[in-house]
Ligand binder design. Structure first.
Ligand code: MG
Length: 370
């Protein structure tokens, strides 16, 4: 069932440490399962996506966002004849390197690191988690994932320059990632855009009128729902419209990606890798819709003053805790104190903070800074 341009598990470049084959799970299925059983994966449940628990227990957190990305990715991958097992593993692992407090947490952690001459990048952190921090096996550190999953962790959303990141040389930085990895960047954005419209509306930060006015196609879908179910409450018609919006993005991504693959005459993974551009993406019209939707969400939701308390929290808590441990490294857990012998203190503190849940970092703040 796999297309010629799909990654074949038998052609995987393999794991760092050789392991015997499993009797009935292939290597990408095993990687997917290793991600699901990782501690860092479980912690996603207690990390903010956009809304903290202050709003509602119904809203997305990093884990439920991740599951939505996996669902959308599987659907699209199957339609394109891509390797669904690899796609699922990549989707489930794609946000595993995110710190507490959502995007605000990432921005603050990076800013604090820059003050000390370093930086924070969630994709690079995700690689450190699966390569080193997860301790599940007696024979090696990390999850010993296949090359293709590690490569996808690094390369799904953007290209890293080989000059700036010599440590990533093995990941073929001058080449495009396979389509399975390219897909994740789009499904991530589809998933969070639809989810954020949903949660933003439920949180009363977005109004029906503003969504109808600014999100392309939404008004048409809402009108159709009104015609079909005039008696239904507004939220249900909103849901119906949102469902059609999601479907329209997914359908266009499938059709346009198929078209681009056909137009370029690409038949093999090597050709995908060597092609100068990424081949997944929306058609011209849907791409405009995507941008307009994203802009709307930025202006009306992500930059909404109602979410300021969360951002201030992130800044205060991450900023103060980081500096506290810089001054008092002996207050770090002993496993982290040991790491200071091998790595600069700011990196060790950054790794520690990035792994925390919203809940745990609050606790640490109460303990050391309040
Ligand atoms: Mg994501």
């Amino acid at each position: 069932m796999l297309a010629d341009y799909a990654v074949k598990v038998e052609q995987s470049r393999g794991r760092r440490h050789a392991e015997p084959q499993h009797p009935y799970r292939n290597d990408f299925e095993r990687d997917r399962d290793r991600v699901i059983h990782a501690r860092a994966f479980r912690r996603l449940e207690a990390k903010t996506q956009v809304f903290s628990r202050r709003y509602s227990d119904h809203f997305r957190n990093r884990l439920t966002h991740t599951l939505e990305v996996a669902q959308i990715s599987r659907t699209i991958a199957a339609q394109l004849g891509l390797n669904v097992d690899l796609v699922e593993a990549l989707a489930l692992v794609h946000d595993i390197g995110h710190p507490p407090f959502g995007h605000a947490g990432e921005t603050v952690l990076n800013a604090v690191m820059q003050r000390h001459g370093f930086f924070f990048d969630h994709n690079l952190h995700a690689l450190r988690i699966v390569e080193d921090f997860e301790l599940r096996y007696a024979a090696f550190r990390g999850l010993n994932l296949t090359f293709e999953v590690r490569e996808g962790i690094i390369k799904h959303s953007h290209d890293y320059s080989a000059r700036e990141h010599p440590e990533l040389a093995e990941y073929l930085l001058d080449k495009r990632p396979p389509l399975e990895a390219q897909l994740i960047d789009w499904t991530d954005e589809i998933a969070y855009s639809i989810a954020d419209l949903d949660d933003g509306y439920e949180a009363h930060l977005l109004t029906l009128d503003s969504v109808c006015e600014n999100v392309p196609r939404f008004a048409d879908f809402y009108r159709a729902a009104e015609t079909a179910w005039p008696e239904a409450i507004e939220k249900l018609k909103f849901n119906e419209a949102l469902k059609h919006l999601l479907n329209a993005f997914v359908g266009d991504l499938i059709e346009n990606t198929k078209r681009q693959i056909q137009n370029t005459g690409i038949h093999t993974v090597e050709q995908v890798r060597n092609f100068p551009l990424r081949l997944t993406g929306f058609g011209v019209e849907k791409e405009k819709d995507r941008r307009a939707t994203k802009e709307f969400l930025f202006e009306n939701l992500y930059l909404n003053p109602a979410l300021e308390p969360e951002k201030n929290n992130a800044e205060r808590i991450i900023g103060e805790l980081f500096e506290f441990w810089m001054e008092h490294p002996t207050k770090l857990p002993s496993s982290y104190q040991e790491k200071v012998e091998e790595e600069p203190l700011p990196r060790v503190i950054c790794d520690y903070i990035a792994g925390m849940t919203d809940h745990y970092i609050h606790e640490q703040y109460e303990k050391y800074c309040a």
